[in-house]
Design a protein around this ligand. Structure first.
Ligand code: AVI
Length: 313
């Protein structure tokens, strides 16, 4: 039974509902407190986690063609900007008229943007701390002309297919508020299972720490009493659903309580914490078309492990 404490707060209500569902789950957005964002940066530097460096390789190899396709002077809206490193790589060639990094992790974003302002004083920047997964309503200070929604790192894969479609439609709608514009998306592609499994269950255990840290974040938000040591990381590719699944698995029978709720977990029971969908180029093109975009321009790395896509309505 929920009480006022969980009912009157959307975040606590959402966590309560996910944790008490038949298959317990928490949203992957709870990975990203300050420590989680730092752990994600560390993941990006792991030998097994190919997406970041493969995407960077595509940016470097095709920088001129990407700039020629996207055009200069865009209002660059960086969704899930994190440390803003990916967008900053494109600043010299794109020369955005405004840079709008958006992230849920406020402190981390502020620090990153302050550093960037010193490096690129000519680019006006407006950071926004918000959960853009549910709404893309931007303040009126964000330029409407020639918007570029920049969503790299295959983050779109963290949405379920239907949610990804809705999110693409919201971006398309956000573009049609102004003139011109497009989306530049980093998309991870289906590949050998062993490569995918290793990328989400690395030898150093950084991804495990990233997954388990979500429990500490949830403890702070919900007032719950998860003990990190009771939980182990599971991360693997599910070929039937073409997605990586991450779970937290109870090492022993545990009881977790929070104000207004609680649950017993049996040994081996799991909390589903993330999906990361992997696409084929054709499959992703279909999704773009369903969302109202035209034929995408795509760039790949030589192994075709990752792709960068540019599409206009
Ligand atoms: C942010 N997102 C694209 C990452 C991914 O690959 O799905 C999150 C992540 N989860 C575990 N490792 C990285």
């Amino acid at each position: 039974m929920q009480d006022d404490w969980t009912e009157n707060c959307p975040i606590r209500g959402e966590l309560h509902d996910g944790l008490t569902a038949e298959t317990a789950s928490i949203s992957p957005k709870y990975f990203y407190d300050a420590l989680g964002s730092t752990l994600f940066e560390a993941i990006c530097a792991l030998p097994e986690y190919y997406p970041t460096r493969t995407e960077a390789q595509i940016f470097d190899q095709h920088a001129e063609d990407i700039a020629a396709t996207v055009g200069k002077g865009v209002t660059m809206i960086d969704l899930g900007a994190g440390n803003c490193a990916k967008a900053a790589r494109l600043f010299p060639s794109l020369q955005p008229r405004q840079y709008v990094p958006i992230d849920i992790s406020t402190e981390f974003l502020r620090e990153a943007v302050n550093g960037l302002r010193q490096k690129f004083p000519a680019i006006p920047m407006q950071e926004i701390a918000m959960d853009f997964s549910t709404s893309l309503q931007l303040p009126s200070t964000v330029g409407r002309e020639n918007r570029l929604f920049f969503y790299p790192g295959s983050s779109l894969g963290n949405f379920a297919p239907e949610e990804a479609l809705q999110f693409l439609r919201r971006m398309r709608h956000g573009l049609q508020l102004g003139e011109a514009g497009g989306v530049l998306l980093g998309i991870d592609l289906v590949k050998e299972k062993a490569v995918l499994d290793a990328a989400y269950d690395d030898a150093l255990g950084v991804t495990a720490a990233f997954n388990r840290n979500a429990l500490l974040h949830v403890n702070r938000l919900l007032g719950s009493d998860f003990v990190v040591d009771d939980w182990q990381h599971r991360g693997f590719f599910n070929p039937e659903l073409s997605r990586i699944e991450m779970h937290l698995e109870a090492r022993r029978d545990v009881t977790v309580t929070w104000c207004g709720g609680g649950r017993k977990f049996r040994q081996g029971e799991r909390i589903h914490s993330e999906n990361s969908y992997k696409f084929t180029p054709d499959g992703f093109n279909d999704l773009l078309r369903q969302a109202g975009f035209g034929q995408a321009k795509m760039w790949f790395d030589p192994q075709k492990w990752f792709m960068l896509c540019y599409a206009r309505p």
